[in-house]
Design a protein around this ligand. Structure first.
Ligand code: MG
Length: 274
């Protein structure tokens, strides 16, 4: 019994100490827990009519009418749809982006060549920051290596599931991308190289409403013939859509820039807790 009372007193003592320490770190008003941080007020954004429509603060990259926001390949625009013109090269946004939320809709071309298989069907790709490829591929009844199928971070991570639709059906990518933070140095020849990956890039992807990548730390660039490496690049880079010799189609492309951190201290005190 003595041992029990001692244990109880010890437990109560620890709990009291912990709650006092907690109260010192945080602010209580009328029993209501407050963080004690002067958060910046979240700006008001009007959402789109549906989750596929751009919210009011989105930058619309393709609304079906023209390629004014893009450089690069001479792709076709007709009937509100952008179609890759094989051999003319990739397209790149004129604006550069770092951390962002990106919405892209795509449709793979019909399988008109029965010999077209694996990476030769509906191949394209969304290159975040022009370096990190989220694969676009016709993965409907089309075997290929898993880290190269639709929804893969090319040559790094397969998608969790294969949730693609049939060729010619419209599909949706919703991408949340956090840019990498890289420290670079110059070698004796003056060439810049990545001396330290302070923070890797992270990516979360929904394909047709299913999570296929969840906050994966991207390992570096996404070439087919070598291991991933981080290469020096700016804090913002264009978004690229790949020309991989297939007439893959796109529509309704928009992007929202997002902060690098969710902790945004407010410069001017504004008490909006009450
Ligand atoms: Mg590709």
């Amino acid at each position: 019994m003595k041992r029990f009372v001692l244990a109880l007193m010890l437990g109560l003592g620890v709990a009291t100490f912990a709650s006092v320490a907690f109260a010192q770190d945080h602010e209580f008003r009328g029993g209501d827990f407050r963080m004690g941080i002067d958060w910046k007020e979240p700006p008001i954004v009007t959402p789109g009519e549906t989750p596929a429509d751009p919210p009011s603060d989105a930058i619309v990259l393709f609304d079906g009418s023209n390629l004014d926001e893009w450089n690069g390949g001479k792709w076709d625009v007709a009937d509100g749809v952008l179609t890759c013109k094989p051999g003319t090269g990739a397209i790149f946004t004129k604006k550069a982006f770092g951390s962002c939320q990106l919405h892209v809709e795509f449709a793979c071309p019909p399988v008109d060549d029965p010999n077209a298989r694996s990476q030769a069907r509906g191949n394209s790709g969304i290159f975040l920051m022009n370096h990190y490829e989220l694969q676009v591929l016709d993965s409907y009844e089309n075997e290929t290596y898993f880290e190269g199928q639709c929804g893969a971070i090319y040559k790094q991570f397969p998608p969790y599931v294969n949730c693609v639709k049939k060729p010619t059906e419209w599909q949706t990518y919703d991408i949340i991308f956090t840019r990498p933070i890289l420290r670079t140095e110059k070698d004796e020849n003056g060439n810049e190289f990545v001396a330290e990956v302070i923070r890797p890039a992270y990516i979360t992807v929904l394909l047709n409403g299913c999570v296929v990548q969840n906050h994966w730390a991207i390992q570096g660039d996404t070439f087919f013939h070598r291991t991933p490496q981080y290469q020096p690049h700016a804090d913002r880079e264009p978004i690229q859509i790949q020309d991989h010799n297939n007439k893959t189609q796109f529509r309704n492309i928009w992007v929202r820039e997002i902060p690098d951190s969710n902790v945004v201290p407010c410069q001017n005190h504004m008490n909006y807790y009450n």
